[in-house]
Write a protein that binds this ligand. Structure first.
Ligand SMILES: [Zn+2]
Length: 362
């Protein structure tokens, strides 16, 4: 029977061509190779089961064979078709699943991409120094006070014993708003507010921004940072002031640090003194690497800040009896200190926000 032979021949041709896919195991194939194989199987499917395939031809023959043979022949064509289609479907499914998994894996982790390194920030040199000093004072029983930067005349001047017309108003000239407020020209304002709020005895330091009407140059900027210290209790003397200032400077710069106090004048303290400490670089010798030491300019001393015993008028302004209580206060600028410690020749660099400068203080 001619038609039957034609069908068997067709099946033989398919099996020859499809043989290499029968036991296909895609594991270990690259995604590109697996995709190429799937395209081959698709092409093969069109060729063997499509409209112009030998299979389609065989189906047309069913109507042409004699009625007695038709049943058997039809059965044969169906069986062969089922066999071909199921074999192709099985391989297609296997490859399809493998490709889908491989794509998911690739999306999840592409090891060929360079990693994204997070950009880690760091603190500003002024913040680093401020935190070191805060840690020292907290460890000796002081608390840290913060307060407003915009003040009234009363807190910035009057309460600090700087009445209208006082010459100190000139040197502490600041910025004013049209409503009569002033940007504080020293952190001493926090002393007043803290004593009003908490009363005495009190031990605080107040780090913060202050403002002066200065034209910027290498050593002046209109906004800078101060740290103010205040201790008020019964029986506080100048000895406590000297001991406290010496102790925190030793903790910051080393056990061999010594301090000296020079008589001075400030409206809010009486008596008043400026304080210096032995140079952290040359340890007071004035020489470093057999040359004149730079931070102390060869003197062996670094001038740091002002201090003194809190003026009775300041205590009275916050209703503290100066006959019962006494206290000391001191203050200094952070920029100048940081400039000396880090050998920065121009303090304006600290506010330029130039990353090349700031990155040196990680
Ligand atoms: Zn020195």
């Amino acid at each position: 029977m001619e038609a039957k032979e034609q069908v068997l021949e067709m099946r033989g041709a398919f099996e020859t061509e499809f043989g290499r896919f029968v036991d296909l195991n895609p594991d270990g194939q690259s995604l590109t190779d697996a995709e190429a194989l799937l395209r081959e199987v698709d092409a093969l499917k069109v060729r063997h089961t499509g409209k112009k395939s030998a299979l389609a031809e065989s189906k047309k023959l069913i109507g042409k064979v004699s009625p007695e043979e038709r049943g058997e022949f039809g059965q044969l064509v169906q069986t062969v078709e089922k066999d071909i289609v199921s074999q192709i479907d099985a391989v297609e499914a296997k490859l399809g699943e493998y490709i889908s998994n491989a794509r998911t894996e690739l999306d999840r982790l592409d090891v060929t991409l360079p990693g994204r390194r997070p950009r880690v920030g760091h603190l500003h040199p002024i913040t680093i120094l401020r935190q070191k000093i805060e840690d020292i004072f907290v460890s000796i029983g002081y608390s840290i006070e913060d307060d407003r930067e915009i003040e009234t005349d009363y807190y910035n001047f009057d309460a600090l014993n700087i009445p209208e017309g006082h010459p100190a108003r000139e040197s502490q000239d600041t910025f004013y708003t049209t409503e009569g407020f002033a940007l504080r020209s020293q952190t001493s304002t926090v002393q007043i507010r803290a004593m009003e709020r908490r009363g005495v005895p009190i031990r605080i330091i107040a780090p913060g921004k202050v403002f002066r009407r200065d034209t910027p140059d290498m050593t002046h900027v209109p906004m800078f940072h101060q740290i103010e210290g205040l201790c008020v209790d019964k029986g506080i003397t100048m000895a406590h002031l000297k001991g406290t200032v010496t102790e925190w400077l030793k903790r910051l710069f080393g056990e061999d640090t010594v301090t000296r106090f020079r008589p001075s004048y400030f409206p809010f303290t009486e008596p008043s003194a400026e304080f210096d400490f032995s140079c952290f670089k040359c340890h007071g010798t004035g020489q470093f690497d057999s040359a004149r030491c730079r931070p102390c300019k060869g003197s062996g001393w670094i001038e740091l800040g002002g201090s003194g015993m809190v003026h009775p008028n300041v205590l009275k302004a916050v209703s503290v009896d100066p006959q019962v209580y006494s206290g000391f206060a001191f203050g200094f600028g952070l920029e100048r200190m940081a400039a000396l410690m880090y050998s920065i020749d121009d303090i304006r660099h600290m506010f330029d926000n130039d990353v090349r400068f700031l990155e040196q203080f990680r």
